[in-house]
Design a protein. Sequence first.
Lengths: 336, 299
Amino acid sequence: MFGFILRRLAVMIPTFLGITLLAFALIHMIPGDPVLLLVGERNLDPEFYKTAMHRLGLDQPLYLQYWHYLSGLLQGDLGQSIRTQEPVLHEFFTLFPATVELSVCAMLFATPVGLAAGIIAATRRGTVVDHGVMGAALTGYSMPIFWWGLMLIMLFSVHLGWTPVSGRIALEYDIPAVSGFMLIDTLLSGEEGAFASALHHLILPSIVLGTIPMAVVARMTRSAMLEVLREDYIRTARAKGLSRLRIIIVHALRNALMPVVTVIGLQVGTLLAGAVLTETIFSWPGVGKWLIDAIGQRDYPSVQGGILLIGTMIILVNLLVDVLYGVINPRIRHAR
Amino acid sequence: MATNELTGVQDYPSPLAEFWQAYRTNKGATVALVYFALLVLAAVLAPLLAPHAPSEQYRDALLAPPVWMEGGSWRFIFGTDDAGRDILSRLIYGAQLSLLIGLLSVLMSILPGIVLGLLAAFYPKKLGVAIMRLMDVMMALPSLLLAVAVVAVLGPGLANTILAIAIVCLPASVRLTRAAAMTELNKDYVVASRLAGAGQIRLMFNTVLPNCMAPLIVQATLGFSAAILDAAALGFLGLGVQPPSPEWGAMLASARDYIERAWWVVTMPGLAILLTVLALNLMGDGLRDALDPKLKKMA
């Protein structure tokens, strides 16, 4: 098992280095002079310009600059945000829990609904129900989620008044950030109604962010179930006289779950990309909105750090999924 | 299917006829093809079809409702936006932009993708490993984020949107070409061709590539839909095609302010995006089933 994890880790290192190279190249490919960009002034004093170049290490050859960048990274130095003068790493991890909370809730919504839809479609193959569910799944898969979010706000927030329009919690609550996860912090604070308010704010963004993963899970579950339902042991189970429900849930679903679990793991990228759009629509204070704001305000160290950290998160989660997959399925663990 | 007059034996249908027969059985894909053909027609004939110029502002008709609503008129069938511009005309001209972005970015990713993929398959030891490692890095970031990063560097605009999306779509076509070429490489006809003295270039593009086309055509269709979706997302975030261009995503960027007063400003552009992406995905499914029955199970 340990060797398996090490092997997986070794494969990740070149990819990680590649992403650091990408992030490094990002800031060097921006047209224009980096110092002028940072200071934002024309007709700069040449002496100041020279010291600034030196202080930023920009007068060194590129490979040395990359080396310094890389060794800085390994010490947790991702530079400073131009907007706030705070370290980028600190800013990112202050906002990251909000994105994680939203993503987890989105998957908590998407997985059961997608599984149920896939199972129902597979067991009623070729019927109106199957076509309806799969049509809905393809529509969800094709959805421009930023528009979907606007439509849901229009219906549920504006017309029906059921859900709040934006933010993480109603303004009247002042919840101290302990874990960064609003649902946990509201419970810890013990303020009455705070938890309900936080939950209320999560509903629409979770549905919006979960729509594409839900469609993917539904499609995958259906095809995996169809594959399994053809197997001989299902016929055996049926011949034994087991109930239909028991065959589907206990016998078929269990074996159909493997590809579905993989696909759920692969949704991390979709979630983080979707978070950029969802957070923008719902003014959700997470890393997605932070990244877009940083681009808008030309805060390049934040953009660079954000891209690097999000890429690293995705690699790490993929590693975790790989390892978990090895835990569930010994055949993969021992394959070289 | 035609019958031979002399022998009375049925001729084989031409490959195209055979393909069309297989494609036609998928009803959703056929409807999608009709929708897409109409969309292309609308985009090409935009100056003739659109009732108004896309940027013409009618100050007397700000946020006019669509024709079927109270207060609507046939002058503005889908209503007008906050600047008094006709939404239907903007959607028709927007189709030009979306199709242009989709077409160019797919071409710009598939053509280099084919070359790199074939190189990776033919020289798997060093060049292949290097190419695939690079693609792995590009795949590590989700497509929209990579596109956002590219646009953050290059700046917004139509050309940069196309370039960013082409870069983002590149890894998929490289991997696909490589995988398809690898399975063909060991087949007898390739070996025979090699023994007959065909050069590497000829082997790559004349012998192997034509047999890899089926998955590539499907990929091009799905890439087209992903390109339109990503371009609209970039436009919505203000990082893509800039207003006042009638790009569908950019039309939604300011729509949030009208949620309470004018639902049509919010609804129409998104519906256009959804229907177009859906049509392309349905066409992709239909093409896959028709061109490559082996892949049917994988959906």
